[in-house]
Structures are given as C-alpha cells and as structure tokens.
Design a protein around this ligand. Structure first.
Ligand code: PHB
Length: 389
C-alpha cells in the first residue's frame, strides 16, 4: 500500500506533474483493526485477520473511489491496551472506522472513544448483549448474547436430555449463554441440576468437571470462548465424563473449526449450536474457505474468521451507500438494515439494535473426508439476541 502510493507520486513527478492523478485514487480510508495477536486468545486475532484479508483479496482494496487501508494493531487481549490503541488510531492515524475486539471487555473498553469520536466500531468477535447499548456507534458481525444457546436447549429436551449441568466461563458471554440456555430449557420442560461458572483466565476444568460427574446429569451444556475449547475437551475425556455416559452439548465456541481437528476422535458426536461451520454448503462459503486456506498456510477458517470477513463486507457496503463519505454518523446509519449472504448464510443488521440477525444451525461433529467438521443438520432461521432491547 505505502509502496504503491510512493511509486505513483514518483511517476507523477517524473512526468513533470503533467499526469493528473485522479483525486479519488489519492484518498485513503483507514480502518483500525484491533485484535489479540498474542496471548491466550491469539487464535481469535489470527482468524479475524485472515477473514479481513480474504475479503480484500476477493473484492479488491478500493470502494466508492476510496482506497482502503487496514491498520492492524495487537492489544494482547488487555482492555487498557485496546482503549489506548483505539485512541491512537483515531487521533494519530485518522482512522474512520474501528474493527475487531476479541473479547467482551476489550470491546467494552472503547465505548468512550467511539462516543467522543463518533465513528463506527464493527465488533467481529465479542458477543455479550450488554455491549451494544454502551454506544450508538457499535455494530456487530459476530453474534449477540445467547443466540446460539437457545436452539441447543430446545434440541436437548426433544432428544431426551432432560437433566443438565451448565458449565460456562464466568464473564459476560458465559453468563448470557447460561441464562439463555436455562430459560429456554426450563420452558421446554428440562431441569438444571447445577450451574457451574469457571474462571476465564487459565482455567483448570478438572475440579468443575468432577462436580459435573458427581451430579450424574444426562448432559453437560458448556460454553468456553474460542481458543479454550481443545483444553476443555481434553479434560472432559480425562475426567471420564464421556465414559460415564454424560453427553456433551455446547455452543460452537467449544468445537471451533480452527482447533477441531486437533481435538481428535473424542470430539465426535458432540452436538453444538452456532452460526458458522467451515463445511456450510454454499458457493459463498466455498470461496471464503478456499481463499483463507490459500492465503493462510492451509488454515481452516472458524466463526471468528467469518466475523472479520463480514465486518469488511459491512464496511464496504456502508462506504458504497454513502458514496465514499467517511462521516462516522453517516456510516453507522448506512450500516443499519444492511442485508447480505455471508459465507455463514443470510444475515441482516437489525436497524433498531445494530446487532446481527442470523440463522443458527444445530451441528454434530463428524468425520468427513478424514477430517473433523461441525456437520449442520437443522436450521433455526433469523435468530435475534433474545436480550436485545
Ligand atoms: C467474548 O468475550 O465476548 C467472546 C469471546 C470468544 C467467544 C465468544 C465470546 O468464542
């Protein structure tokens, strides 16, 4: 990008300034992408970055006559860093939009920056319901609160799993998901035997899984954030829960496509609800998966990757709609009601909440062509965050 601009300017000079460079070609719109590229949630950063790059590789780096430059910064998963970097990107770099935010506290931390600068922040990863009302400039392409938990509750009762222990990471998304699952499960006639919350940082699941085992439920319903699922799965097996006949049901965060193959055969048969599977059968998804694999050393995209891809889709759609105007309030208005077919399936940005409305799929981990995948078997269409006001 920088190289190309320098070359163009040099060419103009060499020709005595006779060749006019079109004004539009000189205007660059910067998008600040803030992600955990290091630390325990680095897989999220790697995935979102790959999704953003895939969109630009497939759709070019200009829209509405503007050149798009994505400025990637690593916050290491630390909220104070996220906020400081957001401020720098706006004040020093002149970013017109922000994007990313690998965890709820990181997304939350930038609300004051957005409210002051009046520029949109597209959330690619964090999911807690309570983020959205903090700023009218948040818009989300990951998911909202317990969208993925509610269908799992209905499926469980229908499949005779009527006594369940819930086990979630003890912070925003875990609490939203626990409540969403529990409300639906009880409504459908199920019983929660015990509700367990596990610390987010450096979790040792063993003592908690022992409590699950002792409670002898039909199933354990789990949520842990992307990047932690493999560790959870290993301990679920090591503590003998699978052998004791306690079925594992979860949100798709646990059987994240990026790490699923590494979990091995123990993951087979795990039932989850979520918005994205790398095996989703559509031309949009085939193109997306192929592009990420080609550009990122054969990496399989997961739901964080598609969150990044769709964030770029939304940024481009908004710039097209404003005809290249980068006024933040105009951009966020342009994003409201945006509707398109993502690699995950059809999606809409709810104009009232700026949150995503999307299909949630029920999936089972199965081996397909020698690899483990979340194989979709049922669709719950157009799900909104049940907590959204
Ligand atoms: C979050 O912190 O909001 C979060 C992170 C990873 C997930 C889901 C939610 O997989």
């Amino acid at each position: 990008m920088i190289t190309r601009r320098t070359l163009m300017a040099a060419a103009g000079l060499a020709m005595g300034g006779l060749v006019a460079i079109p004004a539009s070609a000189q205007e660059t719109v910067k998008i600040g992408l803030i992600l955990p590229m290091t630390g325990p949630f680095a897989s999220t950063g790697r995935q979102v970055e790959a999704g953003v790059k895939a969109y630009m590789a497939l759709n070019g780096d200009t829209v509405a006559g503007k050149k798009i430059e994505v400025v990637l910064r690593d916050d290491g998963g630390v909220a104070d860093q996220t906020r400081r970097i957001a401020q720098e990107l706006v004040v020093n770099d002149g970013a017109k939009m922000l994007m990313g935010f690998g965890l709820t506290p990181l997304a939350m931390s930038v609300a004051p920056v957005l409210n002051q600068a009046k520029i949109p922040a597209i959330i690619t990863s964090a999911t807690t319901s309570a983020i959205m009302p903090q700023s009218q400039y948040y818009v989300r392409t990951s998911m909202g609160g317990p969208q993925s938990a509610v269908p799992v509750a209905t499926w469980a009762v229908q499949n005779n799993l009527k006594k369940v222990v819930t086990l979630v990471s003890d912070y925003g998304p875990g609490i939203d998901i626990e409540q969403g699952f529990t409300n639906q499960f009880k409504k459908d006639g199920g019983t929660i035997v015990e509700a367990i919350r596990v610390p987010l940082a450096n979790p040792d699941f063993a003592p908690f899984l022992q409590r699950v085992r002792d409670a002898k439920p039909d199933a354990v319903f789990a949520f842990v954030p992307a990047g932690i699922g493999a560790q959870f799965m290993k301990q679920y097996v090591d503590r003998g829960l699978a052998d004791a006949g306690i079925k594992l049901i979860a949100t798709g965060d646990v059987t994240d496509d990026d790490l699923l193959n590494g979990m091995g055969p123990v993951a087979k048969g795990v039932i989850t609800g979520h918005f994205y599977s790398a095996l989703h059968d559509s031309p949009e998804n085939k193109a997306f998966v192929a592009q990420v694999k080609k550009a990122a050393n054969n990496m399989r995209p997961n739901f964080m990757g598609v969150g990044g891809y769709d964030a770029m889709t939304l940024a481009y759609m908004a710039l097209k709609k404003t005809n290249g105007d980068t006024d933040g309030t105009k951009l966020i208005e342009a994003m409201k009601g945006a509707t398109w077919v993502s690699p995950r399936g059809p999606i809409t940005i709810d104009p009232a909440t700026r949150d995503i409305v999307q299909d949630i799929y029920m999936r089972e981990v199965k081996e397909v062509n020698g690899e483990l995948y979340n194989v979709e078997f049922a669709t719950f269409p157009k799900i909104k965050d049940p907590n959204a006001k």
